[in-house]
Design a protein around this ligand. Structure first.
Ligand SMILES: C[S@@+](CC[C@H](N)C(=O)[O-])C[C@H]1O[C@@H](n2cnc3c(N)ncnc32)[C@H](O)[C@@H]1O
Length: 232
């Protein structure tokens, strides 16, 4: 399979697990379009995986300056081989407070995370929100799209069988196989630990600092987007 095939098969699996995925992505890109000030927007996608958001973004804004951050060597291999060479693909661990030092730019007009931050424990996610907010340029925004129930946490709807089969195929692939082994070393047991607090928790965690008015701007079932803006 080509990197593009891997990327598409990942996306199909994500779409089956994340209802409204395309709509959420389009809403985030709408925000970037609406807040453009004439410059090419600089966009950071943390936990960007195979690069779905980056790819959709570049379809609508080809001149965007895009950085994708992920730790997983399988995701990085697919993203690096399937995205245009203008995308800066950065291997970094969001659990490490020094991760932002690996970024090619000091500030971004949009800092986005799609289904990526639920692997982090509360303390680290709170600190990461402050780090993400600190990267937002004046007039820009930070957004997190994830499972964020309105009230009490709900069980994940993940179909472990489908995910397991995808990873088994990746492990058997001659190109991705070694990256699957490396992935297990990097993540240890934490790759399956998930935490889904209600949206109000995310709103509180984003309050304060350089971004203002954190709020839920989109919802589809348990999925929501929390967005906060940095004044111009
Ligand atoms: C469910 S996937 C979502 C990927 C992508 N945002 C999407 O919507 O297709 C979660 C992503 O978060 C990444 N991730 C998890 N923990 C991470 C960490 N500590 N540092 C960097 N990336 C991490 C995973 O490698 C994976 O690519």
């Amino acid at each position: 399979m080509t990197a593009g095939d891997w990327s598409e098969s990942w996306d199909r699996l994500m779409a089956s697990y994340q209802p409204g995925r395309e709509q959420a992505i389009e809403r985030m890109i709408d925000l970037i379009v609406a807040r453009r000030d004439g410059r090419a927007p600089r966009v950071l996608d943390v936990g960007g995986g195979t690069g779905t958001l980056c790819s959709r973004l570049l379809t609508r804004i080809p001149e965007a300056e895009v950085t994708l951050v992920d730790l997983d060597p399988v995701m990085l291999a697919i993203a690096g081989a399937s995205l245009p060479s203008s995308v800066r693909v950065v291997g970094a661990d969001l659990r490490d407070p020094g991760w932002a030092g690996l970024l090619p730019y000091g500030g971004y007009d949009a800092v986005l995370a799609i289904m990526a931050l639920h692997y982090l424990p509360p303390d680290r996610l709170t600190a990461l929100y402050a780090e993400l907010a600190g990267l937002v340029r004046a007039g820009g925004f930070v957004a997190n799209v994830d499972d964020m129930p309105e009230a009490e946490a709900v069980a994940s709807a993940s179909d472990d069988g489908s995910w397991g089969a995808w990873w088994d195929r990746a492990a058997a692939d001659p190109v991705l196989g070694p990256a699957v082994v490396e992935r297990a070393r990097l993540f240890g047991d934490s790759s399956s630990a998930e935490w889904h607090p209600p949206a109000a928790w995310h709103v509180r965690a984003l309050a304060g600092g350089p971004v203002v008015e954190p709020a839920v701007t989109w919802r589809n079932g348990a999925q929501a987007a929390v967005v906060a803006f940095r004044p111009r």
